[in-house]
Design a protein around this ligand. Structure first.
Ligand SMILES: [Mg+2]
Length: 384
C-alpha cells in the first residue's frame, strides 16, 4: 500500500450518530402518514445518497402516494429538530483530534445538504472546528455519492498537493465506499448494524473496521496513537448503567465457567444504541457492596449470534451466591477490543480469559482506577 497522507471522513454514521435519527424519523413518517412499515436493513442502498435521491427511492420502494417535495415537507422539520441531538460516534473525536494534532490533513465529504450539515456539526464545534472548513456537501458538487465528486473536491481542498491515491476514506455506507473507490482512494468501511454484510461485500472496501476505537493510523503509514494504557483505550466518556440483575442466557456459568451478571435490556437501551460493540473494562458494584473490577461485552456476541445487543458483565470476584434481584451499577471506562467470532468454544474461553487479565492490569492504572470512586456508585455510609 502506498503511504497515505490524509484522511477524509464521511459525516453521518462515521462522525456522528445521525443515521439512527434518520431511520427513526423515516419509520415515524411512513407509519403515521402512510400506515406502512420501515425496516432499515431493507434500505441500506439509500444510505449515503443525497436526501432527494434517497427519498425518491423510498417512495418508489414503498409505493408511497406522495411526491419527493411532499415527503420532504413532512420529514425535514422533524429531522432539523433532532440533528443537534445526534451524539458523536464512539472514538470519532479521538481519531480526529489525533490526526489534527499530528498535522495530518483531514476533511469531511458528505451527501447531506449544507444546512443540515451546519446543524449536525454545530453541536460538536469543539472538534468539528478542527476540519477548518474543509467540509464538502452534496450542495457543493454536481453529483452525490455513489459518484466520487464529494471526495475529489475534498481532496482538492487539502493542503500539500495530496493525490486521491494518498487519501484514506472512512465510510459506513456501501454507496460511500463505491464513491471512495471511484475516486481512487483507500476505502475503509466502518461496519453498521443496519447494513447487510452482503452490501459491504458488493461495495468491496479495502478494509473493514467494527469500531473507530480499532482504527490504526499506523497501518496507513500515518502517526500511531499514543494514548493506549495497558493495551486498552480510554473511552470518550465513562458509560454508566444500573439495573436489576436478571437471569441471562444461562451459558456464562455452565458453558464457559465465567459467570456474568445480566441486566434487563431496558436498563441500557439508549446506551446500547449509541455504544460501539466490543469488549470493555470498568468497575461494578452489587447493591451497596464493594466496587470491584469488571470486564463486559457490549453487543451481540457473534459467537452466539444474539438478535439484540446486550451487556454481559463479568465481575472479577468469586461470589459464593447468585445475586439475582440485586441492583448492579457499572461504570465502563476502557475499550479492550472489538467483538469477534471464534472457531470454537475453547478459543472463545481463551479470549475471555485474556480479556479478564487485560482488565485486571489496566484498571490499576490511575486513568482507569479513578472511576472506582465515581459518584454513580453508592457511597459507603460515613463512619461516626
Ligand atoms: Mg454515512
Amino acid at each position: 500500500m502506498p503511504r497515505m497522507r490524509a484522511v477524509i471522513f464521511d459525516l453521518d454514521g462515521v462522525l456522528i450518530d445521525s443515521e439512527r435519527l434518520m431511520h427513526e424519523v423515516t419509520g415515524e413518517i411512513v407509519r403515521e402518514h402512510f400506515g406502512k412499515a420501515y425496516e432499515p436493513e431493507r434500505f441500506a442502498a439509500l444510505l449515503g445518497r443525497s436526501p432527494r435521491d434517497a427519498v425518491a427511492e423510498l417512495i418508489a420502494a414503498l409505493e408511497l402516494p406522495c411526491s419527493v417535495d411532499e415527503y420532504l415537507a413532512l420529514s425535514s422539520p422533524r429531522l432539523n429538530e433532532r440533528w443537534a441531538s445526534a451524539a458523536p460516534i464512539p472514538g470519532a473525536a479521538r481519531l480526529v483530534r489525533h490526526l489534527h494534532a499530528r498535522g495530518v490533513p483531514i476533511a469531511v465529504a458528505t451527501s447531506s445538504e449544507r444546512p443540515s450539515v451546519e446543524r449536525k456539526m454545530g453541536a460538536h464545534s469543539d472538534w468539528f472546528g478542527l476540519f477548518a472548513g474543509r467540509v464538502v456537501t452534496s450542495t457543493d458538487v454536481p453529483a452525490a455519492k455513489p459518484a466520487p465528486d464529494v471526495f475529489l473536491r475534498a481532496c482538492s481542498l487539502l493542503p500539500g498537493a495530496i493525490e486521491p491515491s494518498e487519501c484514506v476514506v472512512i465510510e459506513d455506507s456501501p454507496n460511500g465506499i463505491v464513491a471512495a473507490r471511484a475516486a481512487g482512494m483507500r476505502a475503509v468501511a466502518l461496519i453498521s448494524d443496519s447494513v447487510p454484510v452482503a452490501a459491504y461485500d458488493a461495495a468491496a472496501p479495502n478494509e473493514r473496521l467494527l469500531s473507530l476505537y480499532d482504527a490504526s493510523p499506523a497501518t496507513w503509514g500515518l502517526p500511531p496513537f499514543a494514548d493506549r494504557v495497558a493495551r486498552t483505550v480510554p473511552c470518550d466518556a465513562p458509560l454508566r448503567l444500573r439495573g436489576e440483575v436478571v437471569r441471562g442466557f444461562g451459558r456464562g456459568s455452565k458453558e464457559l465457567g465465567i459467570p456474568t451478571a445480566n441486566l434487563p435490556a431496558d436498563a441500557y437501551a439508549e446506551l446500547l444504541c449509541a455504544a460501539a460493540c466490543g469488549i470493555y473494562h470498568g468497575w461494578a458494584q452489587v447493591d451497596d457492596g464493594p466496587v470491584r473490577k469488571m470486564v463486559t461485552s457490549v453487543g451481540r456476541n457473534p459467537f452466539y449470534g444474539n438478535k439484540m445487543r446486550t451487556v454481559e458483565p463479568h465481575i472479577l470476584h468469586a461470589f459464593s451466591d447468585d445475586f439475582y434481584g440485586a441492583t448492579l451499577r457499572l461504570v465502563i471506562v476502557g475499550w479492550v477490543r472489538s467483538e469477534a467470532n471464534f472457531e470454537s468454544l475453547e478459543a472463545l474461553i481463551r479470549a475471555i480469559r485474556a480479556d479478564i487479565e487485560t482488565a485486571r492490569v489496566a484498571l490499576d492504572e490511575p486513568v482507569f482506577a479513578a472511576a472506582r470512586s465515581d459518584a454513580f456508585f453508592v457511597q459507603p455510609a460515613a463512619s461516626t
